[in-house]
Design a protein around this ligand. Structure first.
Ligand SMILES: Cc1cc2nc3c(=O)[nH]c(=O)nc-3n(C[C@H](O)[C@H](O)[C@H](O)COP(=O)(O)OP(=O)(O)OC[C@H]3O[C@@H](n4cnc5c(N)ncnc54)[C@H](O)[C@@H]3O)c2cc1C
Length: 453
């Protein structure tokens, strides 16, 4: 008899779980609260443009994610990222280092960013040396050992310990604040892994053709009719220590032999009030940043020739991204998009405003100190806009989160049978963590159901 598996949540984790269950001959039902799949790896298709709402890049260590892309026949493109940094009232541009020429080109910008300045060079070298020494722990591959290194130190304490001077601190913190809110409060281990994967290996960033959301679409295509959109789950039913199904927002009860919960940790706490205190305690260690992303469709390129990104680490001006530099197929010929991203207190201020006002203010912020040679559009010079508000953007994690989650993973099965938890925070809080956790939980489900049949 076919056994019923219900997956709650259609982000990278839930979709990867569904895909893997299908490979095991199972026919899962995936329930997604929103009217689209993808969650934080979702996107929109608008008049020949395709946008990404959340994830933008995949570092080279994304083993499970790359494998899934290969299985789906989705090509992966290596990006080229010239980045403009607005520092001390002027612009400098960094280029990924892949030759002596690009190394030399970066000397002046690195000086300005504090990486090579007299007071910055030693902390930079110590940081780089530490990342190298801890490389087996600090990466996003499925077999990373982040939890083993996860201590009580915050990123702020870590920078203090390295005696990082103010101007270098702005470089190492400011660009993170845009997407991550207040990185100095969060676990040093996580942020060090991020720096190692993104800042120190900028030549090794990849993106699926069509953008990260293309991966969500491709996974959803495979699942076909097994997905029900606009179906929030109000509760996962746990009876006598066994997960037996779910209750949807409409009160429909769907029975299941196994339930995979693949929603953010905050939502998992809401829909599983019956979990034991020790499991709830681990879930409560997971935090998220808040942020707003605005995507604007344009008839022209917004940034100076060759630039992909412009960053303002010293203030709240939105980060500017032209995805079409690396992904020209995401816009009709001759057109492009400008993504504007803001976090921290500026995101808090903008959150309650309506979409039109958010676009107006963020474009206005971007026009002040616009890079020379850029073409930040006027309000009436845009083809379309989309505003994505993220209450739960990037999973941050208090110090010790990884340890707590690893312990929780081993306890879960003792506390509740037939309940499986997936999601980025269960492995590492980025796309590869989500896909890895999805695949792993699906493998466990297949094994458990196989044993029972
Ligand atoms: C702006 C931004 C930029 C990012 N950039 C990158 C990047 O460049 N690279 C990278 O690797 N990662 C990036 N990330 C992080 C990455 O997107 C996430 O780690 C990953 O997509 C999380 O996948 P998930 O499946 O665990 O969770 P989610 O994507 O959050 O999926 C959870 C799903 O569950 C659904 N759901 C919630 N509650 C319920 C319910 N009660 N019933 C049914 N469904 C429910 C949600 O609607 C959602 O679709 C970024 C995130 C954001 C927001």
């Amino acid at each position: 008899m076919a056994r019923k598996v219900v997956i709650v949540g259609g982000g990278a984790a839930g979709l990867s779980a569904g895909f893997t269950l299908q490979k095991h001959g199972l026919d899962p039902l995936l329930l997604e609260a929103g009217d689209q799949v993808g969650g934080r790896m979702g996107g929109d298709r608008v008049d020949g443009f395709s946008t990404d709402k959340g994830a933008d890049f995949f570092p080279s260590s994304y083993d499970v994610t790359f494998r899934i892309c290969e299985e789906l026949g989705l090509p992966i493109i290596r990006t080229k990222m010239d980045i403009g940094w607005y520092r001390h009232g002027r612009w400098v541009v960094t280029t990924p280092i892949d030759s002596l020429g690009t190394l030399l080109k970066n000397i002046r910008p690195f000086w300005t960013l504090g990486l090579l300045s007299p007071r910055g060079i030693w902390p930079t070298l110590k940081l780089a040396k530490g990342l190298r020494a801890d490389a087996q722990y600090l990466n996003y591959a499925s077999d990373h050992k982040i939890a083993e290194l996860d201590g009580e130190e915050t990123y702020g304490d870590f920078l203090d310990r390295l005696s990082v001077p103010k101007h270098l601190r702005v470089t190492l913190e400011g660009f993170l604040e845009l997407t991550m809110g207040y990185p100095e409060q969060f676990g040093a281990t996580w942020i060090r892994a991020f720096l190692g994967e993104v800042l120190f290996k900028p030549t090794q960033l990849y993106v699926p053709q069509g953008g990260c959301s293309a991966l969500s679409y491709a996974l959803a295509d495979r699942l076909g009719g097994g997905i029900r959109l606009s179906t929030p789950v109000r509760r996962i039913v746990i009876e006598d220590g066994v997960a037996t199904g779910v209750i949807t927002g409409d009160g429909e009860r769907i029975g299941a032999d196994a339930v995979i919960c693949a929603v953010p940790a905050t939502k998992a706490l809401e829909i599983m009030p019956d979990l034991s205190p020790r499991i709830r305690h681990a879930l409560s260690k997971v935090n998220y940043s808040r942020g707003i992303r605005v995507v604007v469709g344009l008839n022209h390129r917004p940034l100076p020739a060759g630039w992909s990104v412009a960053l303002y680490p010293e203030d709240n001006t939105p980060a500017l991204l032209d995805r079409t530099v690396n992904l020209p197929e995401c816009a009709p010929p001759g057109k492009s998009t400008l993504d504007l991203w803001v976090g921290r207190d500026r995101a808090e201020e903008l959150f309650p405003l309506d979409d039109e006002e958010i676009v107006r203010q963020m474009l206005g912020d971007a026009r002040r100190n616009a890079p020379p040679g850029s073409a930040i559009p006027n309000d009436d010079d845009v083809l379309f806009t989309r505003v994505y508000r993220w209450n739960e953007a990037v999973c941050m994690g208090q110090p010790g989160m990884f340890k707590a989650i690893v312990e929780m993973r081993s306890q879960l099965n003792q506390d509740v049978k037939n309940l499986f938890i997936a999601g980025d925070y269960m492995r590492s809080p980025i796309v590869n963590g989500a896909t890895t956790s999805g695949v792993e939980t699906a493998e466990e489900v297949a094994e458990v159901l196989g044993q029972h049949s």
